[in-house]
Design a protein around this ligand. Structure first.
Ligand SMILES: C[S@@+](CC[C@H](N)C(=O)[O-])C[C@H]1O[C@@H](n2cnc3c(N)ncnc32)[C@H](O)[C@@H]1O
Length: 257
């Protein structure tokens, strides 16, 4: 039986909360104004869609993880925001052609296996002259190194993810899918915990990706990987009294002709 990665497994909400500032950066880049139609693709618990609604936009969110869409709907109800959340695939968006002024994705479509099809769908949903704004991690720094080590330890590692963290690759892809201009700006996001050990312990208990990798390992192999990972995190620790590391990410803003 294959063990599929399910982003609704564990408790993704704490991670999503750390990404809230990125949703604001993305909406700034998309220059969202009140009344505009905004689509948040791979919305998770709804950060960017809810923030867009806060700015007066008419927002829709779509994600394939039913559990996360449920959390997003609860958050909308709790805040009184009128946001429609749909369970669905970024590779086959259940929205009409050219129906959004801005289509955004915060560390979302980068996980879809077929980047060409994902980009084609983003473009299809965006009106002529509209904006597509995406973020991707830059493959550098200790968290990225730990992620690569964990994936590399799998007996059948997943196919390499599309190269969204490479600005030239992303620019070429988005241009091929209708972008008249593509601006790429690098930003940083800190991660904090009481210690490197505490950061890793939180991931292995709560984060769906870490949990998914762990399930495919023997207990002994996992203990080794934990030790190696904590060593990498400790080596790069920016805060001698706790744990802090800074991850780099790209904000890619594509404008359609
Ligand atoms: C790192 S999370 C980001 C979630 C959210 N954008 C945020 O800022 O917290 C990645 C999200 O992509 C979603 N995802 C991955 N592949 C997808 C696909 N093909 N279609 C729809 N959602 C997808 C996952 O379910 C997960 O919610």
């Amino acid at each position: 039986m294959t063990d599929e990665l399910n982003w609704g497994d564990g408790d993704y909400e704490p991670t999503a909360r750390t990404l809230e500032p990125v949703a604001e950066v993305v909406l700034d880049a998309a220059e969202v104004v009140p009344g505009e139609r905004v689509l948040d693709v791979a919305c998770g618990t709804g950060n960017a869609a809810l923030a867009a609604a806060q700015r007066g936009a008419r927002a829709v969110g779509v994600d394939q993880a039913e559990t996360l869409v449920g959390i997003a709907r609860d958050r909308a109800t709790a805040s009184g925001a009128e946001v429609r959340f749909i369970v669905g695939d970024a590779l086959d968006l259940l929205v009409a052609d050219a129906s959004f002024d801005a289509v955004v994705s915060v560390f979302g479509v980068i996980f879809a296996p077929d980047a060409d099809r994902a980009a084609a769908e983003l473009r299809r949903a965006t009106r002529p002259g509209g904006r597509m704004v995406l973020t991707s991690w830059v493959p550098s720094g200790p968290i990225s190194a730990v992620g690569r080590a964990l994936f590399g330890a799998l007996s059948s590692p997943p196919a390499a993810l599309p190269r969204w963290g490479d600005p030239e690759w992303a620019r070429e892809l988005l241009t091929r899918h209708g972008a008249a201009t593509v601006d790429v700006v690098e930003h940083t996001l800190p991660s904090r915990a009481a210690s490197p050990e505490a950061w890793f312990a939180d991931q292995e208990v709560n984060h769906p990706v870490w949990r998914w990798v762990r399930r495919q390992m023997t207990a002994e192999r996992w203990v080794e990987l934990r030790k190696e990972s904590v060593a990498v995190l400790s080596e790069a620790n920016e805060d001698p009294r706790a744990f802090r590391t800074t991850s780099r990410y790209l904000v890619m803003t594509a404008r359609l002709a």
